[in-house]
Design a protein around this ligand. Structure first.
Ligand SMILES: NC(=O)c1ccc[n+]([C@@H]2O[C@H](COP(=O)([O-])OP(=O)(O)OC[C@H]3O[C@@H](n4cnc5c(N)ncnc54)[C@H](O)[C@@H]3O)[C@@H](O)[C@H]2O)c1
Length: 379
């Protein structure tokens, strides 16, 4: 029998939303997934129009996630959804993920995992009790050259890692657009819907995850400053943190949404005793390596010298750029492989989510105190 796609239901991602459409493209990229159901918006018209645009069976366009879970559970096993993609604002991640896991579905959830550590731990308990897979959209770990960087560091190419510098600069919140009807800005600057951190939770978590994922090191403690540059804003729009890793490595994390004019400037630099590397999200198909004893190297997606694990994440020959959607697609592919019990690549999940939420809590606590260093709880 030919292999059938897994069936996906989506919560959020209605007309006018940002990330839901990216998830739909990414999930469809390799034929691993087919979107068959959704509760895309609390606005009935938007919800129904989204379902119609996506050519879904109207009976499977549900008014709420609860209706979707109940409706799908009532279908025969070979028709009902296998997994739920959660692409709503942050305050809904935990209740929705827990409901979906408890109802027996796998969950692929947007970051940050939850509003705080307690919620993230509740998701972890549900994932463990249900035996279902929980994937988290730390997109940047899906880029082929991020995998190349991770693998080269893991095999010791750079020697002992000493310095980790990560920065994520955006400029789109430089003005008070949160009060001007910008849907994405509006909930991201509201503590009741965004969580403990503003810029910290939104993109600081990506930066932190990338730094730990690629270096293979764990941050032991942080010393941080959070600031609000736009008057009246209730959550940080700028983050500066010093990082002490286990062992000797030291690092810095800079995240900002008021770096006026910046687009999506995520950049990682890591230096060891023998050399360093640099990767930047806006030039994702290039990895630069620098050496003490020889000229710098430029490694290119699809070019010579890549590890097998990197090549498996590429879909086109060199010079045909792959990007954000494909990186997301790599996470969906690994998530599908895990559900099918195949030997897939690792994808971010519960442990990554808990680490990042503990980082957020430590930064917030440190920035609010006179303490110089705050440890990150190991759980
Ligand atoms: N991984 C990434 O790179 C990345 C990028 C952007 C956003 N995100 C994350 O994705 C999530 C959504 O962000 P966004 O920018 O797409 O937000 P958005 O405001 O553009 O979209 C949110 C969607 O959720 C829907 N929604 C809200 N409440 C709902 C409910 N109760 N039931 C069903 N639908 C509901 C809204 O109608 C809207 O369609 C956030 O958690 C954000 O942090 C991740």
């Amino acid at each position: 029998m030919s292999r059938q796609p897994l069936r996906l239901g989506m919560v959020g991602g209605g007309e006018g939303a940002f990330i839901g459409a990216i998830h739909r493209m990414a999930a469809a990229l390799d034929g691993d997934w087919r979107l068959v159901a959704g509760a895309f918006s609390t606005d009935t018209g938007r919800n129904e129009r989204t379902g119609a645009q996506l050519a879904l069976d109207p009976a499977r366009v549900y008014p709420t996630i609860d209706a979707m879970l109940a409706g799908e559970q009532a279908l025969p096993a070979d028709e009902r959804i296998d997994a739920v993609a959660i692409v709503t604002p942050n305050h809904l991640h935990a209740p929705m993920a827990i409901a979906a896991l408890d109802a027996g579905f796998h969950v692929f959830c947007e970051k940050p995992m939850a509003m705080n550590v307690a919620e993230a731990e509740a998701i972890a308990r549900s994932a463990s009790a249900s035996g279902r897979h929980f994937g988290l959209a730390f997109t940047y770990s899906g880029y082929p050259l991020v995998e190349e960087a991770r693998a080269r560091i893991a095999r010791g190419d750079l020697g002992d890692i000493r310095l980790v510098q990560v920065e994520y600069l955006q400029g789109w919140l430089s003005q008070p657009i949160d009060n001007d009807g910008n849907k994405q800005a509006e909930w991201r600057t509201d503590p009741a819907r965004a969580g403990l951190g503003g810029c910290l939770g939104d993109i600081g978590t990506h930066a932190f995850h990338l730094a730990e994922h690629v270096s293979g090191l764990r941050v032991a403690s942080v010393s941080a400053d959070l600031s609000i540059h736009v008057p009246g804003r209730r959550l940080d729009d700028d983050v500066n943190a010093l990082l002490r890793f286990d062992g000797e490595a030291r690092g810095t994390l800079k995240a900002s949404q008021v770096a006026a004019g910046e687009e999506n400037g995520l950049k990682l630099r890591i230096y060891g005793s023998l050399g360093g590397l640099e990767w930047a999200q806006m030039e994702p198909n290039t990895l630069t390596l620098r050496w003490l004893d020889r000229p710098a190297e430029v490694v290119r997606a699809g070019g010579p010298g890549l590890q097998d694990g990197t090549t498996r994440l590429l879909r086109t020959p060199s010079g045909h750029p792959e990007g954000y959607v494909e990186a997301f697609g790599n996470l969906y592919r690994a998530f599908a492989a895990a559900i099918r019990g195949e030997d897939g690549r690792r994808f971010p999940g519960v442990d990554d989510g808990l680490r990042t939420m503990r980082f957020v809590e430590s930064v917030v606590a440190n920035a609010a105190s006179d303490q110089k260093w705050t440890p990150i709880n190991r759980g």
